[in-house]
Design a protein around this ligand. Structure first.
Ligand SMILES: *Cc1c(COP(=O)(O)O)cnc(C)c1O
Length: 348
């Protein structure tokens, strides 16, 4: 099998951890692993003096936790909705009864930053919820500009970096972000099942709300002081996360991984040019390539690759639009082969 979805093909050494006996979580050994993971995670995202919570739960669980514990303490949110992940923030606000401005951005377009600034100046929200990269289209947003606008109007920036952590340069302190979210099946390239919240040092004494028993911030923080989790963690995934983080630390930080993602992306984009596939995103992220092919509504390329080659790419919401992840292991030759095989199923 070849995988160009999330998490993509995983390092066999990391995958093998899943088949080994694993330690009991209520031990000092597990606490030490957890505390080490927190330390490396904070280094990788540039969040000095900050904290993390690692949840057993996918990225959406962590997004929900942020709304329950943090956004609920605010007067009004502004939500950037440029696709299905931005829309999820909007749905979470609606679900939890948070007063919010629904700032819509057309599919694969960049944000109109001047309009956003005017909207914020007029309607004075106190928290912004956005993505760094709207993974449904491939559109990357300008976090520097978003952060500048937030700081100019006293808005707390909360960013879903689920598909850019370790795939795009990201420095939480330099940008002045309050909370970031990631999950294990994207840039970390280990199986799905854990999500990570990063809290800036500025939120050290923040009075969080209590609106959900399982995701409660205070409960998680107090357990994490000794490296523990309030409930049974997905132990194997915590061990795979720690092993992966140690690899990144041994590489001296996130730069090498980011460079590898960018390399795969540029190799594949040259092939897209060769085959006449266009990229709708105005400012495409390197995490994935989202392309428009000549395929019709029947998802012929998607199905053909599975049936004939046991190979997975991601279909999109628009007919003929496909997404190829660059976060898993993939060689130049494999990308070349993938593109040729995709071409085989494209209607001529
Ligand atoms: C993958 C992803 C999520 C989380 O989805 P889960 O299926 O809950 O892990 C959220 N936001 C973005 C931008 C993503 O790419």
């Amino acid at each position: 099998m070849r995988s160009y979805v999330f998490p993509g093909d995983i390092d066999p050494k990391i995958a093998a951890i899943g088949a080994e006996p694993f330690l009991y979580m209520r031990t000092d050994a597990f606490s030490q692993i957890n505390l080490e993971s927190e330390r490396i995670l904070l280094e990788l995202i540039g969040c000095k003096g900050g904290r993390t919570i690692i949840y057993t739960g996918s990225g959406t669980g962590a997004m929900s936790a942020v709304v329950e514990n943090y956004v609920k303490t605010k007067r009004k949110a502004i939500v950037i909705d440029g696709g299905s992940f931005g829309h999820r923030w909007q749905q979470l606000c609606a679900y939890y009864g948070v007063d919010h401005i629904h700032f819509q951005v057309p599919f694969a377009h960049d944000i109109d930053y001047a309009l956003l600034e005017r909207t914020i100046a007029e309607q004075r929200p106190d928290v912004l919820l956005c993505q760094h990269h709207e993974t449904s289209s491939g559109q990357l947003y300008d976090l520097k500009e978003l952060a500048r606008i937030c700081h100019a109007y006293g808005v707390s920036p909360v960013v879903d970096v689920i598909s850019t952590f370790l795939a795009e340069p990201l420095d939480m302190d330099a940008l002045g972000l309050d909370i970031c979210i990631t999950s294990t099946q994207k840039g970390l390239n280990i199986p799905p099942g854990l999500s990570v919240l990063f809290f800036s040092e500025r939120l050290k004494d923040y009075p969080f709300a209590h609106n959900g028993y399982y995701w409660d911030f205070e409960d998680n923080f107090s357990n994490l002081k000794r490296g523990q989790t309030p409930f049974s963690p997905a132990t194997i995934l915590y061990l795979q996360l720690n092993a992966r983080l140690r690899q990144l630390q041994a590489q001296g930080g996130p730069e090498q991984n980011i460079a590898e993602v960018h390399h795969r992306c540029s190799v594949f984009r040259a092939l897209c040019t060769r085959y006449g596939w266009t990229i709708p995103a105005e400012r495409p992220s390197s995490a994935i390539t989202g392309i428009q092919t000549a395929d019709d509504a029947q998802r012929r390329i998607f199905r053909g690759l599975i049936e004939k080659y046991d190979t997975y790419i991601m279909p999109g919401s628009v007919p003929g639009f496909y997404r190829i992840s660059h976060m898993g292991l993939q060689t130049d030759a494999e990308l070349e082969e993938l593109a040729a095989r995709m071409r085989e199923f494209e209607p001529k």
